[in-house]
Design a protein around this ligand. Structure first.
Ligand SMILES: [Zn+2]
Ligand SMILES: [Zn+2]
Length: 227
């Protein structure tokens, strides 16, 4: 039996119990020899500790930066479907008639020939569908090994559009947002990601996700208080 290769299969087969999901040993990035290695590596880091944002966003030394950004954005879009599912229970077209965050912004849905004022939940679905279409498009992203600069340049606008899902949830469905954020740290990771790679400008990152963390223990001015 010595010549039988003992391979640890990394698959969740039909019938796998929840407790055994993803239950396989970690693998070194250098040893991942598949075209999906980067995605596999990112997902492994997230499963290991979803709160370790710096670790998750730290690219391996030899990693192509365009691919790294692309794979992270794919992962964000996949995980954002989780908040979309939660939103379906309480974000209705009758109550959230437009995609808004603060009063300052009404976001138009870019999924249509002419950008449209879709209700927030439709905006969410249309935008995630649109992002998935673009990121899977053969025209712009035919390979997951190397990506043209002109295609990498498209990632910023995807980031800007999907970020509005966070901001809507934060300003209009705060409990839902907090619950999701506690389970995933997704908005924190996303904010750190777009800042690190200059994919969005600071002024439009309106969810004060790090303020709350940063000011803990800081005894400064207590301006806001509610009776
Ligand atoms: Zn809503
Ligand atoms: Zn739409």
């Amino acid at each position: 039996m010595a010549d039988v290769e003992c391979r640890m299969e990394r698959r969740n087969r039909p019938g796998t119990k929840t407790i055994e999901y993803y239950c396989w040993p970690e693998e070194l990035f250098e040893e991942m020899d598949s075209t999906l290695a980067v995605q596999q590596y990112i997902q492994q880091l997230i499963r290991k500790d979803f709160t370790a944002i710096d670790e998750i966003l730290k690219a391996p030394d030899t990693q192509d930066e365009g691919v790294w950004k692309y794979e992270h954005l794919r992962q964000f879009c996949m995980e954002l479907n989780g908040i979309a599912v939660k939103l379906q229970n309480e974000c209705h077209p009758e109550s959230c008639t437009q995609m808004t965050a603060t009063d300052q912004w009404i976001f138009l849905c870019a999924a249509h020939k002419t950008p449209k004022e879709c209700p927030a939940i439709d905006y969410t679905r249309h935008t995630l569908d649109g992002a998935a279409c673009l990121l899977n498009s053969n025209k712009y992203f035919p390979s997951r090994i190397s990506i043209k600069e002109s295609s990498v340049a498209k990632l910023g606008s995807v980031c800007r559009r999907v970020y509005r899902i966070f901001s809507h949830a934060y300003f209009h469905h705060r409990n839902l947002f907090d619950e999701f954020e506690n389970e995933t740290f997704l908005c924190r990771r996303f904010t750190e990601f777009v800042t690190k790679y200059n994919l969005m400008s600071k002024e439009i990152l309106i969810v004060p996700i790090f303020d709350e963390v940063d000011t803990s223990g800081f005894v400064g001015h207590v301006a806001e208080s509610e009776a």
